[in-house]
Design a protein around this ligand. Structure first.
Ligand code: SF4
Ligand code: SF4
Length: 384
């Protein structure tokens, strides 16, 4: 496990403050998109398909800091677009770090080396470099040759300059376990602090709709990956229970309000991955979104195949920090590095104990019975 200890403490304190205050819906991660423009045009991207006028817009420094203030999440992930194209990205990050938010600046790293002077190394700042596989696969995924080599050289430069570096990898249907293993070995050798991995989400706007993994394929690939002989040396910047979920060994539903998204349109409803309108304020987003319509149990077709960390990592964290069973399973995964049994037992009690029982939403309350995933039955962008 390589989530920094002080970040874990900040998240723990945030979770319990909210619970003690009786607040059942609280975000853990703000997805802050300061602009949607990018210097790449990946086929699986659902973010850059907007008209040029929209792609030219960028949030102001004040808008970004106010969003972080309103939302209160201890972690701020800055995807895009390519955040390094924002003319005031240095001020945005400095402001968030001054607020003691744990900032993950997600980047394709093309401009990272030349941009390092805009930032100061901090325990609160990590660059999260987007890498979808070894050289050939990554360059193919981002539809441009040479990007893998630029990213690797930027990781070296950032590490040498004393910055924390993490990575994020989206797994598509053509990605093999051998590809991922090769990439992860290289990243560990480079001194990357932790890696994030998530199945690709089939964005409606993405031009390439054919390479997204279904849930069954995903759990199969992840289970093989985490059983790889080199898996013990790989460090992931994700909660152990989320990794168990990816391999079909922990059952849970999405927390759709866990990672709210703020961008040039406002607060995106309901989540980072799907857009069904925007709210003017964080308070309005939380109060006026019909959360019962989202997550696996809702039956919403857009959610059915989703296993991405922006929706499920907040649930995994809540299971770990607020349920005995989730805590025990996490300890077991950390201390013994062992996986949970292939078929998890019924975790309904965990869902019900943790999940807010929402009086006005009976469907969701009963739907907290998590979907059981059997291994026998047998998942960007930067931060999907
Ligand atoms: S399941 Fe996925 S797409 Fe649906 S609300 Fe959750 S994070 Fe969003
Ligand atoms: S996936 Fe990321 S790097 Fe690729 S075009 Fe979209 S925003 Fe840019």
């Amino acid at each position: 496990m390589s989530v920094p200890f002080r970040q874990t403490l900040a998240v723990l304190s945030h979770v319990w403050k909210n619970r003690i205050a009786g607040n059942n819906r609280y975000p853990l991660v703000l997805m802050l998109e300061p602009l949607l423009k990018c210097n790449l045009a990946c086929a699986g991207c659902g973010k850059i398909q907007h008209p040029a006028e929209i792609l030219r817009r960028q949030l102001t420094v004040d808008q970004c800091l106010q969003a972080a203030e309103q939302c209160g999440a201890p972690v701020v992930s800055i995807p895009g677009g390519e955040p390094l194209l924002h003319t005031q990205i240095g001020q945005i990050v400095a402001g968030l770090v001054a607020m003691k938010r744990f900032v993950y600046l997600c980047t394709n790293a093309i401009k990272l080396t030349e941009s390092l002077e805009k930032f100061a190394p901090s325990a609160y700042l990590a660059f999260s470099v987007h890498l979808d596989g070894p050289r050939q696969l990554h360059d193919q995924a981002v539809c441009r040759e040479g990007v893998y080599d630029q990213a690797i050289s930027a990781i070296r430069a950032a590490r040498q300059a004393g910055f924390r570096v993490t990575t994020n990898t989206t797994v598509f249907s053509h990605t093999t376990v051998a590809d991922l293993a090769e990439l992860f070995d290289v990243l560990m050798d480079l001194g990357v602090e932790g890696m994030m991995i998530s199945p690709g989400f089939a964005y409606e706007k993405a031009p390439d709709q054919t390479h997204f993994l279904g849930e069954r394929q995903a759990t199969n690939v992840f289970d093989q990956l985490f059983s790889h002989p080199h898996a013990r040396r790989w460090k992931f910047n994700q909660s152990p229970l989320f990794l168990q979920f990816l391999r079909g060994r922990w059952s849970m539903d999405c927390t759709p309000w866990g990672s709210p998204t703020y961008n040039v349109f406002g607060w995106q409803r309901p989540c980072y991955l799907i857009s069904e309108g925007y709210a003017d304020s964080f308070g309005d987003l939380m109060a006026s979104t019909n959360w019962a319509n989202y997550g696996h149990a809702s039956g919403n077709a857009k959610c059915v195949q989703c296993m991405t960390h922006c929706g499920f990592e907040p649930t995994a964290v809540a299971h770990t920090l607020t349920t005995t069973r989730g805590f025990a399973a996490t300890l077991r995964a950390i201390l013994f590095r062992s996986s949970l049994p292939a078929i998890v037992t019924d975790t309904r009690s965990i869902g019900q104990r943790w999940s807010p029982v929402i009086e006005d939403e009976p469907t969701r309350a009963s739907s907290t019975a998590p979907k059981l995933v059997s291994i026998d039955d047998i998942h960007h962008h930067h931060a999907a």
